[in-house]
Design a protein around this ligand. Sequence first.
Ligand code: SAH
Ligand code: TYD
Length: 404
Amino acid sequence: MSLCKICNNDLETVISFGEMPISNRFVSDLTEDEFLYDLSIGFCPECFMVQLEECVDPAMMFNEDYAYFSSISKAMEDHFEEMASEIIDIVSEKPSPFVLELGCNDGIMLKHVAAHGIPHLGIEPSANVAASARQKGVHVLEDFFNATSASEIKNRYGQADVICGANVMCHIEDINSVFQGVSVLLKPEGVFFFEDPYLADIIKKASFDQIYDEHVYYFSGLAVSELAKRHGLQLVNMVPQEVHGGSMRYYLSKGSENRVTKNIGALLAVEKGLNLHSLKGYVSFKKRVDSISSDFKNTLLKIRAEGKRIAAYGATSKSTTFLIYSKVGVDLIDYVSDTTPTKIGKYTPGTHIPVKSHEHFILDNPPYTVLLAWNHKREILEKEKEYREKGGKFITFFPEVTIE
Ligand code: SAH
Ligand code: TYD
């Protein structure tokens, strides 16, 4: 039995997917063995955190070969520009502002803060994306954020008015150390906010592709509130976000009851209605996951039986779990189209489907395309209007398999 990484209590297993490769490690050489680990998530009945039972060494995931560049989508660019304006507003009246972002990746957000001449620092362990951020004028410390690096940052730069992170808090196994670091680095009146894929959305849609090596935690407001209390922080606001198939932004501050917003009560009540604080909330999850994955495979088998070809769109890290668990590989999907230069020419982890350029997809014009990057659906359907007008069909799968 695994133990909760936050409070050391026994975890109750929610679902096991079996052996998986590293989801963002695209394969160049098919003769090389891939590293595998056992993917399963558990629920802690004590502090309500849903989490991976077995974690992968962060240095194996976040390094100079990190495949995910945040600036791959116009919608994400817009999202982070909005986040930057909120931060710029928060610090505009501060006498000596300082903004800190954990996991700044290629500088998609901090480049706006930098352009306003605001003192800032991005903490980013993956050298390739950190270099891309620097090219955009962003100050980057190439390191993992934790209590130790936080003390070093404090000694060198002082405390921050804003500490933020998007799609990074859920990546860090030693989250107690991260929260300790934030407590040390945040000014007494400072704001700490972060956003990650939202557990309630994952449970409601059975979007199990969100479960993979990098996602150690699946946050709910109930669990974040408990975690914050352990570190002298308070959850004061929650704001739902559309990105990544449904995310939640959590705002935390140092104490002061009166900053708690009205949103909190309503959103936590919805979470309690879904039983996210009890094992009851997770009992039907596996059944729904199994039903989607078998429907998905059967749909592809039917299309292939009609003699039609199938491609996929978006070589996402999340599709690693989805494809492997659904037992769908090169036998059913010819290739995955992706715009990320470092992914093109390689193969998807575990399933070894070739990653090809978007130009290839346009020329090939496959009759069916699995939309693996379903979280970017609006942007992609808009971009691929012509493909659809010519008869091309997209296959999506959460909360159910749909062809449109
Ligand atoms: N914030 C960006 C990037 C998310 S990907 C966005 O939302 O698009 C997660 C990023 O966090 C990666 O660039 C990874 O290298 C970085 N990361 C992983 N562990 C980290 C840690 N302990 N401290 C800071 N960054 C970390
Ligand atoms: P994303 O779903 O953001 O993340 P993750 O890897 O965390 O699951 O990844 C989207 C992928 O889809 C990325 O590799 C870029 C690709 N993509 C395209 O090829 N074309 C597009 O129009 C968009 C929006 C994304």
